[in-house]
Design a binder for this molecule. Structure first.
Ligand code: PMT
Length: 399
């Protein structure tokens, strides 16, 4: 369950920090990659050397390395993570989180994190029971933070009561449950995904097409399916295998893709339009191989239907996500398509960015909705797909 997951482990100043080493070890043993962020006070309770050794990664405490000025980017860290787990979370840190205070790296990382956040509180029983702490925890719950309840027992103060950080093995179980929940978060939802290039025949031998391999669209279909959604993948020609559990319908031309999409969309909760669809097709397809002559050849072209725009005009309460492959005025052009095609958001990729676009296994995208654009770093297409599906989930959950 945790294999390959990226987890930031935040450690605050609490005596329970001694358990963070065991927690980190268990996460790493379960296959997670762990990066540790500590508050300056946490270093008094457990050493960075211990945490660096068990996490197999350098520890992050300051905004920059005072030795060489190297910047510890909380934004990049927040984007890297699949989960931000703060254990132990002191009353002080939870209060700051509840109010958006950003006076250390652990807190700025919290404000930048786009992934789920979980906290395992640890404090004395009276601090835990105090109305202010309970108010702050209620605020954090409202902000979507998962609270891993503390246990009851002996506390560092010598008192007995509720406030002990949950045991490391129980925290790992809670983390696994979080990922499990995410896995089925789109159960009972149905999505249409288009992928790959269309092929517009000129004659029985030749055609007009483009460089789309289908990788980006297939990754989206896979990511939706992995979260429990039923997925219908309308696919142009590709050499890719069908993702597990996905229903695939093969098409060639833009017209065939349109015909498959128009009826199926009505039965879906949403669609992700990743295919690179021809905007023009030969006005007539020759029924024999065209012979070459001495002069130039002109092939009259006619417009294809804009599948996404037609779905957008009839989308009702459904969710519609578009892609834009641009080579100039990227953001402006993508915003134009967002509005014209009635997308909820659009995924912009530009041929000008290294590692982005057709055929490769990576992409560099900006997710643009009517309010803002969020530029993501270079990622694998599967990771980009996860980010797209995260945004889809956020929109569905806020409706
Ligand atoms: O397949 P890969 O090799 O992995 O490459 C991925 C990709 C570059 C093809 C993908 O990331 C991408 O950008 N897909 C959309 C490319 C594109 O044709 O964009 P567009 O700007 O022309 O179209 C805008 C939107 O309208 C897209 O969602 C497109 O699917 C849709 N459209 C366009 C024309 C048309 N006739 N019907 C449509 O539905």
């Amino acid at each position: 369950m945790l294999k390959g997951k990226h987890i930031i482990l935040g450690i605050t100043g609490s005596i329970a920090a001694y358990k963070s080493a065991v927690l980190c070890r268990l996460l790493v043993a379960a296959g997670a990659e762990v990066k540790v962020v500590m508050t300056p006070l946490a270093k008094q309770f457990i050493t960075p050397l211990t945490m660096a050794t068990v996490s197999q990664n350098p520890i992050l405490v300051e905004f920059f390395n005072p030795e060489n000025g190297e910047w510890n980017s909380h934004v990049k860290l927040g984007e890297w993570a699949d989960l931000y787990l703060i254990a132990p979370a002191s009353a002080n840190t939870m209060a700051k989180m509840a109010h958006g205070v950003a006076d250390n790296l652990l807190l700025t990382t919290y404000l930048s994190a786009r992934c789920p956040v979980a906290v395992a509180p640890a404090m004395d029983l009276d601090m835990y029971a105090h109305a202010a702490t309970q108010r702050n925890m209620a605020q954090l719950r409202q902000d979507g933070v998962h609270i891993i309840e503390p246990g009851s027992g002996f506390l560092a103060s010598g008192l007995i009561g509720k406030g002990r950080m949950a045991e490391p093995a129980d925290i790992v179980a809670a983390v696994e449950q979080l990922f499990e929940k995410k896995k089925s978060s789109l159960a009972c939802r149905r999505f249409l995904v288009t992928a790959g290039a269309t092929i517009e025949a000129i004659d029985p031998v030749r055609f007009i097409s483009n460089h789309s391999s289908g990788k980006m669209g297939y990754a989206v279909a896979e990511a939706l399916g992995a979260r429990g959604a039923e997925v219908v993948l309308v696919s142009g020609r590709t050499s890719l295998d069908t993702p597990h559990g996905v229903q695939r319908i093969d098409v060639l031309s833009a017209e065939q893709m349109y015909n498959e999409c128009k009826n199926r969309f009505a039965e879906c909760d949403g669609a992700v339009m990743c295919a690179a669809v021809a905007d023009y097709t030969p006005a007539a397809v020759a029924d024999h191989k065209l012979k070459k002559g001495d002069g130039e050849m002109n092939i009259p072209l006619k417009r294809t239907r804009d599948i996404a725009a037609e779905l957008g005009a009839n989308k009702g309460g459904r969710l519609l996500v578009g892609f834009a492959m641009e080579t100039e005025n990227e953001v402006e052009n993508a915003q134009g398509k967002l509005a014209r095609k009635n997308f909820d958001f659009i995924v912009l990729n530009s041929l000008k960015k290294e590692g982005a676009g057709f055929r490769g296994d990576t992409n560099v995208v900006t997710l643009i909705d009517s309010e803002r654009g969020v530029e993501l770093p270079l990622m694998s297409k599967r990771e980009v797909a996860e980010k797209i599906v995260d945004k889809i989930e956020n929109i569905i959950n806020s409706k």
